[in-house]
Design a protein around this ligand. Sequence first.
Ligand code: DLL
Length: 429
Amino acid sequence: MVYKPEEAYDRGELRELQNERLRETVEHAYENVPFYRDKLDEKGITPDDINGVEDLRVLPMTTKEDFRDEYPDGLFAVDDEDIARLHASSGTTGKPKIVSYTQDDLDVWSEVVAQSLKASGANPGDTVQNAYGYGLFTGGLGLHYGVEELGATVIPIGSGGTQRQVELMTDLESDVFTCTPSYALYLAETAEEMGFDPAELPISTIIFGAEPCTDPMREEIEERLDVNGIDIYGLSEIIGPGVSCECHEAQDGLHIWEDHFYPEVIDPQTGEPVEEGEEGELVLTTLTKEALPVLRYRTGDLTTLNYDECECGRTMVRMDNVTGRSDDLLIVRGVNLYPSEIEHVVLDIDGVAPHYRIDLYKEGSLDIMELTVEKDLEFEGDEEELQSTILKRLSNVLQFTPDELDLVEPGGIERTEVGKVQRVYDHRE
Ligand code: DLL
């Protein structure tokens, strides 16, 4: 069941709405953001040249560097008195990206999150325990207001305090839990340590996002906690969580809320659009944002778009779950590898727990990769055999083996209770 009619619009009707909104967005950006005016002027384009999404390709792209260069508010399109809230994205290096919202933007955000929750199978009256961090990170407050908009009950517990999460969840009979995928697993472990069977916890849905989740990891979450795992995607520069979300009916790709965000997929090397159905970098244009309209934002996230009809009745395009970013690419002794490829191979092997880390070093001019993998609690087999299985599988699938493979005891890899998990440590710089 959809949250609002636009989700099931005929594609032609949707296109008209997008065309109209894109024209308004381009005009708004041109009139109010010197950065965009200069960019369009340089290309000799005026807002009148943009009739609809078929003209999108002539528009300039916006990058993370542009956000950095325009720090803190150079990309804002409204006066200070019209800004209702600021957030910042969790950059690991340098200045964060500051993002702003008018009250109308906040209303749109609540709407798309409510829509995402509905798609996940949540309903008014459900209790949603929100374990995303509150504060400058968009996860906590973004989910929070969406739950209220849906008419469900929110428990604003925030991240961390895992024992308390388990206690409250049982006492208050939470139906839905929202957190990062790595935290979902940590929750299961903590519940076990506390003497609970994670599968017996009251939650029936976990809405996870903010970091990649490969299929083996999702299976582990769903099995151990006996829940439906729903992937939610978003980024601060565009709005926060709620750009797209899986539907519980199909659980096969994340519906992008295309009445507010227009997606394209490009080849990250050339910047040219890929053929329909091919993987590439997701580029998003906001269609209704007032405080921070963004034209053709290069997200860095790798995905594929699928325009096939979905069994849930929504007509909005689906994106594949994001398991990597174009800038995650590791080049190790000339071999190109994404950490998600390693994860996919390793976590599929029996006896391996869904926790690992990759360390990269330089010895002289040589790249060295150390892979640390955790044994499963139930693993009782021969360690050498497990090691050789991992190496063989990596070599067969990726034509690559790490220089060192360490098997550690369950719990041997540090867990992330707050924020996003880090799995790759590059000590080469
Ligand atoms: O992570 C917003 C969010 C909060 C999304 C809660 C979902 C749930 P940022 O901190 O700006 O915003 O980080 C955005 O995180 O470009 C992706 O690389 C990654 N990311 C977000 N959602 C997913 C997901 C929030 N479902 C960056 N799968 C994005 C994989 C994700 N990666």
